[in-house]
Design a protein around this ligand. Sequence first.
Ligand code: ADP
Ligand code: MG
Length: 500
Amino acid sequence: MNNRIDMKGIGKSFFATRALDDVDFSCVAGEVHALVGLNGAGKSTLMKVLGGVYQMDEGRIEKNGQPIEIAVPADAGEAGISMIHQELSLINELTVAGNIFLGRELRKGNTPFLDKAEMARRVKLELDRFGLDLDPNRPVRELNSGEKQIVEIIRALMSNSWLIVMDEPTSALSEEDKGRLFEFIQRMKAEGISIIYISHHMPEIFGIAEHVTVMRDGKIVLSERTAETTEDHVIRTMTGKELENFIKPHKETKGEVILSVSALSKSEDYRDMSFDVHRGEIMVLTGLRGCGAPELAKAIFGLDGEYDGSITYRGQVLKPGRGPAKSVKDGMGLVTENRDKNGILPQLSVRDNIALPFLEKSVKGGIIDSRYVDNVVGKAIADTSTKTESPAQEIRFLSGGNKQKICFSRWLDSDLEFLILLEPTRGIDVHAKADIYRIIEDLAERGVGILILSYEIDEVIMLADRVITLYQGQSISEYRYPNFDKDKMLADMAGVGQSH
Ligand code: ADP
Ligand code: MG
């Protein structure tokens, strides 16, 4: 019979905090079950209840339909449940096999002498079973973090665990080690082992898990087969109110045309693109990666002059390749997709990064008017709810979301008239996303014309007044708020059914 665990009606409070509220959670052998949720959602607490680290206040745990008691970690071990914690618990001075047999060493006959050869042989067999290439006699101190993690898992498997809980296992791993871990996970699954995998990383979850459970505020808010849901839906359930709070303000009015692109072509990149953007309008270009939109955006910002056709801005045809300085002077801004490379200067402070575009404006008689800069910077940080210790903090210590907010905040108090955004929320945590959407809407409200390139269909629909889909450098279709047909857009982006 296949093993299974059912946690039913689990409740757990820490003083006034209701960490777990009537949680039902099940896991069956041979599946990878992803457990996701924002920080503080209750994931670790739930797993610590399962592992006998914490005692639940209410509820029960069943193994194969029979109630079991897990009061201490040894009870969990007895039930075949092991936890791999982020802080690994190996002893550096011992070998791989020595660590795996720690506490239940094999001895030679009835002697007190350790049977190292036999322990190494058994570990080797287990490693071979999972296709892992690791020498059982190597001291653990020589291993990298990926290999150490594997040793921990092998130790759990060799003490007859069928359920392994991994709390954010890839956070410290290189790409290569990640690949190795995923392969190992697939093989464990094939051997009927079950894995509960705590992670925030959607591609990982959708790559290896058949089931995903989402927690929010101590409750289960989604439990679904991964094949039946989407990354986007999971993210949305995870954050709940955050993005629901963002409701696109519906604007009836928009201003005159600020930018007009006419028959723009560049060899392989894009062909015969024509569109207008009005003041106060959010125009979104979307497609698959490689659709040509970033190249087009660069031409508009004056970074590339090798094109045919013309770009008219504020009524004047722009000089091809005029350069970013001229664009900024003319009230045009660009926030790039690769913020660490192009968007920010990592060694500079938050303050100096925000002030970059204003420095010219803030020079009075040859010296920088730092009162002016401080005011602008203070306001920008507040307006974008950027989390930073102080304006003097080096920007490289900020999270991706906060760095991105700074890339935006620079433009908030400038004479900005037109802003180009390349993948505005790429790699950004969901908390920061809603803030960024609000900033974009505020700018549009102020009459700034906005051109966004986004590959995330739900983001496109959430932000756009107008959408142009591109496929292999060509415009396929145009949609206007509120007539967005997501399925049709996706088909257009993929070059399916190009009838119109
Ligand atoms: P997650 O692992 O999803 O980030 P946790 O299970 O660690 O969330 O935390 C859930 C909630 O319980 C949080 O509000 C957290 O502050 C609280 N909590 C967790 N462990 C303890 C503890 N030992 N003492 C007090 N509060 C705790
Ligand atoms: Mg946790």
